[in-house]
Design a protein around this ligand. Structure first.
Ligand code: DAH
Length: 355
């Protein structure tokens, strides 16, 4: 019997000293494996007298169970240590300093974020649509009849037709997001939709890719007064000064009545100052959503009404931040971006100022 106690002591010491899972497994095989020390002793039970067996049987069983328990306990400890070591080795030092001088926010991105901040304060949310549109969303549902000259005025990039599919276009404006929103969402609707737009045009004031922000409000009672109020509040918040505006009658197929909004400005040397002055500059188109547009989206014009507006982001960015040439915006020149870009760590907000 003292043998058994000695064997247990021996393994207890070895198990406690096992430094990894492989060493522990070797000990298990040496003690409890098929040809292990304890297994061989148990095999010896067969040659014993019944009296010896009565004593040695339970003693050996106990030894086997004790060793198995010791191994299990040590195994959990070693597994935990292995896991902690792996976690420590894979840790990243998040406190490493970031070099913020490495990149800046493009002024277009900055201005779109400023607009989102101003309009979300008025209860608008931000919607998106695809750059590649179909004729229905870009034109037909917006009340451009087939063959209407306005389709050409948009200098559309048409894509090659694939099979039976409807011909695709690069969207010429963000207005198709109005259609997608009205089809997918029940009024009341209050959204703005910033994004890229495309027209086949290129000179000092036009680039084939440019940016617009669309706005749409639909419910049962919204009228032209709300349209004017929202846009007047918007320009003053955006230019961070009082801005005098005027609305001029205009024509868009998708609104009736339609208007363009101008802001007062003056030139001081080579600088353009928005807000006051003798001259007017057009900055956006707007109007009450045309009944045909509501109908194309499955809304009853007897029940629902609202307004829409659309404006060019790039030009507003140029006016606000004094950039002289539109084409520089998309030249991807890091010196230009270093000069006109914005810190990625400063978020536009209404409390501490937009920029
Ligand atoms: N989609 C027009 C354009 O690109 C801009 C526009 C005008 C949008 C009036 C509107 C609107 O939503 O009501 O020229």
């Amino acid at each position: 019997m003292s043998d058994i106690a000695a064997i247990k002591d021996k393994y207890e010491g070895e198990i406690a000293g096992a430094s990894d899972l492989k060493a522990l497994n070797d000990i298990r095989v040496a003690a409890l494996g098929k040809k292990g020390e304890v297994s061989m002793m148990m095999r010896g039970l067969g040659q014993m007298t019944p009296d010896e067996k009565k004593v040695m049987g339970p003693a050996l069983n106990g030894l086997k169970n004790d060793i198995a328990d010791l191994i299990e306990t040590r195994k959990s400890v070693l597994e935990l240590e292995a896991m902690n070591a792996a976690l420590a080795a894979e840790t990243m030092d998040m406190s490493l300093p970031v070099d913020v001088s490495m990149g800046t926010l493009h002024p277009v991105q900055q201005v779109m974020e400023e607009m989102a901040v101003i309009f979300s304060d008025m209860g608008f949310s931000v919607a998106e649509g695809p750059d590649i549109e179909d004729d229905f969303h870009n034109f037909t549902a917006l009340n451009f009849p087939p063959g209407h000259p306005a389709r050409d005025m948009h200098d559309t990039f048409f894509m090659e037709q694939v099979g039976e599919e409807e011909k695709k276009v690069l969207r010429t404006h963000t207005s198709p997001v109005q259609i997608r929103t009205m089809i997918n969402q029940k009024p009341p609707i209050r959204i703005i939709a910033p994004g890229r737009t495309y027209r086949c045009d290129s000179d000092q004031t036009h680039t084939p890719m440019f940016h617009q922000v669309e706005g749409l409000v639909i419910d049962k009672e919204t009228h032209m007064g709300h349209l004017k109020g929202v846009l007047m509040d918007f320009v003053s918040a955006f230019f961070e000064t009082d801005v005098d505006v005027q609305f001029r009658p205009h024509h868009f197929p998708f609104t009736e009545p339609s208007a363009e909004m101008d802001v007062r400005y003056e030139r001081v040397g080579s600088e353009i100052r928005i807000g006051q002055g003798e001259k007017w500059m057009e900055i956006l188109g707007c109007g009450m959503v045309h009944p045909n547009v509501l109908r194309a989206c499955g809304l009853d014009p007897e029940e629902y009404q609202g307004f829409a507006f659309g404006m060019g982001v790039d030009r507003l960015a140029m006016l606000k931040y004094g950039m002289p040439d539109l084409r520089d915006m998309f030249a991807a020149d890091t010196r230009w971006l270093g000069h006109y870009g914005f810190s990625p760590l400063l978020q536009a907000n209404l409390a501490t100022g937009l920029s």
